[in-house]
Design a binder for this molecule. Structure first.
Ligand code: RP5
Length: 173
């Protein structure tokens, strides 16, 4: 059964990475969640990546913070596409994580989303899997259509009510 592998460097990343799980559930995509640090358990991390294909994984989402080597190490040990999620940090607000993940050297790419962008990582994983899955592509098309309709409905309401009334009603919600 095809699925997404979600891996993170620490349980402190879980509150952010949980958002990826929620998005995948919304699309009915199977996933497996793992804590495995590139620095603290390097052998287990490379084994996870080497065994990913045999487990049925098609995309791996890897979240890490600080000197965030996890997505790169995973990418080095598999041919599956890897999406990196830079986790926000206390000291450098996640810029350290972002640069560590996005600045992969030539040859081993990691698709990098925004700091704490776990939801977008899951959406990208769905899009990748949808290339070969018509049902998933249909779900993604529906999702985008609903999002567009929501924006247009908000705009119509704004034009109808004006800024003051719109904000008043929004605050009451
Ligand atoms: C990284 O170090 C993890 O991905 C986490 O974001 C960061 C801090 O880990 P903890 O000290 O909270 O376990 O490997």
């Amino acid at each position: 059964m095809s699925m997404v592998g979600i891996i993170m460097g620490s349980d402190s990343d879980l509150p952010v990475m949980k958002e990826a799980c929620q998005v995948l559930e919304q699309f009915g995509v199977k996933y497996e969640v793992t804590i495995c640090s590139a620095h603290r358990v390097p052998s287990e991390t490379s084994r996870y990546a080497r065994e990913a294909i045999d487990k049925g994984m098609e995309v791996i989402i890897a979240g890490a913070g600080g000197a965030a080597h996890l997505p790169g190490v995973i990418a080095a040990n598999t041919v599956l596409p890897v999406i990196g999620v830079p986790i926000k940090t206390a000291s450098l607000s996640g810029l350290d994580s972002l640069y560590s993940i996005v600045q992969m050297p030539r040859g081993i790419p990691v698709a990098t989303v925004a700091i704490d962008g776990a939801a977008n990582a899951a959406l990208l994983a769905v899009q990748i899997m949808a290339v070969a899955d018509n049902d998933l592509r249909h779900k993604f098309t529906t999702y985008k259509g609903e999002m567009a309709r929501n924006v247009m409905a908000k705009n119509s309401r704004l034009q109808e009510l004006g800024i003051g009334e719109y904000l008043k009603l929004k605050q009451e919600q």
